[in-house]
Write a protein that binds this ligand. Structure first.
Ligand SMILES: [Zn+2]
Length: 465
């Protein structure tokens, strides 16, 4: 049985930080002690470094059909990019075609992912059928180990939007079976109206994208989804929160004891809407769009104060050529940015190194909270005896410039080209295997394992108990 010993590092979890050696046998952590001197197949000296649980990115879109094209990263290059940035588990969104059964789509995603993934993976299921079809297969999908679902309150024109009635029905069905509903919350009516108006006025450049999807579009939909969750008792997970308004609704609901999760993404924490004035604005076209500096800082407040609990990447990247599809009409620009590789570097740099958050809060938002939300804890999300040996060694003094060459996403540019980190993951360990060392990949594709998940045992997710 392969053994690994990580010595002399500062081990940080969601609640502690202490110097210790860590022993892993056959992929599982078997011992944590101030000094371990047993022999091992591989001994790593982590002196002066911080050892944290492997990151969990609960929001990727690898090899996803979107707007007439497909995201640039597949499950191989996407998980290479994730692993290089310290992520050891991902959850990707299965997207059935219109009329396709959820089980058939799940099988398709398994077929795409399993031969290619380098790290462990699970899925969320997208609910896109209105009417009776909305809830038909939810029980079966949960039984197949996919316990989290996704609904869109917008994208009617792409056939993705669930009507309010269907969202309520899905919430009831998902929560009564111990699952979690994630929602992309933006008001479709506001957005459709703005796009129609801009089209009539010939306002089609990329800088109209954020104006078509203003903060009120997110704020209203977040508030509505919270009301729905309160009326159904559902655990609700708001994905990619981008506004102060949305954050305030989430915070107030949590204060009232409601199990409402919020996730934000690294791009909302680094950039603001001034980028839409730049010549490379199409690269920053994602939904929801980047907001004002005030919104950006409010999202940081949410992380600092603890109401924004997870960071997902919403990794959906497109090459310059793909982004060109919308050069004359912003509504045709494929929406999305890369991000899975920068979650940990950005949160470490902007959060821990710049003294906004403790190392424990860093671990909570990059790993532990997602493990709890998605019912993977304590197998994932912590460094403890019996947990999977998923660990990341961070050198707190490593300065990395996040150029396209340095990063691993399969696109020809980096939106973080001029960004220099303060601290970087120098080693990623997945189930006891060193898979990335000094930004070089040393793992084989297909080694990742599917993470089937069980429903919540009680009516509230472990994160809110
Ligand atoms: Zn997404």
């Amino acid at each position: 049985m392969p053994t690994l010993l990580v010595k002399n590092g500062i081990v940080a979890t969601a609640s502690e930080a202490f110097q210790a050696d860590i022993q892993a046998v056959d992929g599982v952590i078997t011992k944590i002690a101030s000094s371990i001197d047993e022999p091992a197949d591989r001994v790593v000296n982590a002196e002066g470094k911080i050892v944290v649980p492997g990151g969990i990115d609960g929001h990727t879109h690898f090899e996803m059909p979107s707007m007439g094209t497909t995201t640039a990263d597949d499950f191989k290059t996407g998980t290479i990019s994730a692993a290089a940035g310290g992520i050891t588990s991902i959850l990707d969104f299965v997207l059935p075609q219109r009329g396709e059964s959820m089980r058939a789509a799940l099988q398709k995603w398994q077929d795409k992912a399993s031969p290619k993934v380098l790290i462990d993976y699970g899925f969320h299921m997208t609910c896109r059928e209105n009417g009776d079809e909305a809830v038909k297969e939810i029980k079966e999908v949960i039984a197949a180990g996919v316990t989290s679902f996704k609904a869109y309150t917008t994208y009617r024109s792409q056939g993705l939007m669930l009507e309010d009635g269907a969202i309520l029905a899905v919430m009831k069905e998902v929560s009564s079976n111990g699952g979690l509903l994630a929602v992309h919350a933006e008001n479709n009516g506001i957005i459709e109206h703005n796009i129609e108006t801009f089209k009539k006025e010939g306002k089609l450049s990329a800088d109209y994208h954020p104006l078509a999807k203003p903060p009120i579009a997110e704020g209203e939909a977040v508030q509505r989804m919270i009301l729905f969750a309160k009326s159904t008792g559902a655990n609700l997970y708001i994905v990619h929160l981008s506004t102060r308004m949305g954050r305030e609704f989430v915070r107030d609901a949590q204060k009232g004891g409601w199990p409402i999760f919020a996730e934000t993404c690294p791009h909302y924490l680094v950039f603001n809407d001034l980028v839409y004035k730049r010549s490379d604005a199409p690269r920053f076209v994602m939904s929801p769009p980047l907001k004002s500096e005030e919104d950006r800082l409010a999202l940081w407040d949410g992380i600092i104060e603890g109401d924004i609990r997870t960071i997902g990447s919403d990794h959906a990247d497109f090459s310059s050529e793909q982004k060109e599809m919308g050069k004359d009409d912003f509504t045709l620009i494929p929406n999305g940015v890369p991000g899975t590789e920068v979650i940990m570097p950005v949160l470490f740099t902007e959060g821990f190194s710049k003294k906004r958050i403790s190392i424990n809060r860093f671990v909570q938002v990059t790993s532990t909270n997602a493990a709890k939300a998605y019912n993977l804890y304590p197998r994932k999300g912590t460094i403890a005896v019996g947990s999977d040996a998923d660990m990341v060694i961070i050198d707190p003094s490593y300065k990395a410039r996040l150029t396209a060459d340095f990063l691993h996403a399969k696109i020809d540019y980096s939106i973080y080209e001029n960004y220099v980190t303060e601290g970087y993951p120098i080693m990623t360990i997945s189930r006891g295997d060193i898979i990335v060392e000094e930004n070089q990949l040393v793992a084989t594709e297909g080694r990742g394992r599917f993470l089937p998940r069980k429903p919540y045992l009680s009516n509230k997710s472990p994160l809110f108990q």
